[in-house]
Design a protein around this ligand. Structure first.
Ligand code: MG
Length: 265
């Protein structure tokens, strides 16, 4: 049986402590304007990658399998792919303003992705944010091709790949109020666990369907505004009632792993 989540702020924070926010954002199609993984596959992949994606969307292979199969067929080296990303991809507007604010205010901000570290790093470096923490699939380029390391998988569940929900849980267990931003099926699990969700595309549809409150996401300007508002609310609220800021949705225990049967990242 998979572990059950049971950590909420009220259980882990010291009594009366104001919740401290943390911002976790998906990468492809969210922090990045583009789906960088698909850009790379389009440019360097074997044409069969779209068939693998179709099998993934049909539930025949997991996201982990899809990604490993599709990228294994690439002949280009790491440097060539990173150069391509740096020439052709971009971060969504106001990411830098949000990062600067978080740095000054001591608010953790991290990228949480089911994608691959080397292309995420390439874009963050190019845009001047080499210090942004990244929870992603770690890769090693060897003579035999790419090998994949899953450091953020549920114990005993490495075959399912990394879990964004696990990362959200870790921040919540540290007492953080988690603001999560995403767009795709791999974000469903994280959105269910976060305290405040910014969603677009498939994730927004899913939030509507499951009645998970969310704010529409276009760029990081609205996230920054929400974060400022949250912090000023905390400052203006007596510590003992700081938890009123949390949204009212009941926190449920859910099983892990549902995202691995889903469609696009
Ligand atoms: Mg995405």
């Amino acid at each position: 049986m998979l572990p059950q989540r049971n950590a909420g702020h009220s259980e882990v924070s010291s009594p009366g402590a104001a919740p401290s926010p943390a911002v976790l954002t998906d990468f492809d199609d969210t922090a990045a304007v583009q789906n960088v993984a698909e850009m790379l596959l389009e440019r360097f992949g074997d044409p069969s990658w779209k068939q693998v994606r179709q099998r993934f969307r049909a539930g025949e292979v997991t996201l982990k399998e899809y990604q490993e199969i599709a990228f294994r067929q690439i002949q280009a080296d790491r440097a060539a792919m990173q150069a391509f990303v740096q020439e052709n991809a971009s971060l969504r507007p106001h990411f830098g303003a949000l990062w600067d604010y978080c740095q000054i205010q001591g608010v953790p901000l991290a990228v949480v992705s089911q994608g691959l570290d080397f292309y995420i790093k390439a874009l963050l470096d190019k845009e001047g944010f080499p210090k942004v923490p990244v929870y992603s699939v770690n890769t090693r380029f060897t003579r035999r091709g790419i090998t994949y390391l899953y450091r953020h998988a549920h114990p005993g569940q490495k075959h399912l790949g990394n879990s964004k929900g696990l990362v959200v849980d870790q921040y919540r267990q540290q007492g953080h109020y988690v603001i999560y931003i995403g767009d795709g099926r791999s974000d469903f699990e994280a959105a269910e666990r976060a305290d405040l969700v910014f969603a677009h595309k498939v994730l927004a549809e899913e939030c509507r369907r499951k009645q998970i409150p969310f704010q529409p996401f276009q760029d990081f300007g609205s996230v920054l505004a929400a974060l400022r508002k949250f912090r000023s609310n905390v400052e203006n609220t007596a510590p003992a009632t700081g938890s009123q800021i949390r949204r009212g949705r009941p926190r449920e225990t859910r099983e892990f792993g549902s995202m691995h049967e889903e469609g696009s990242r």
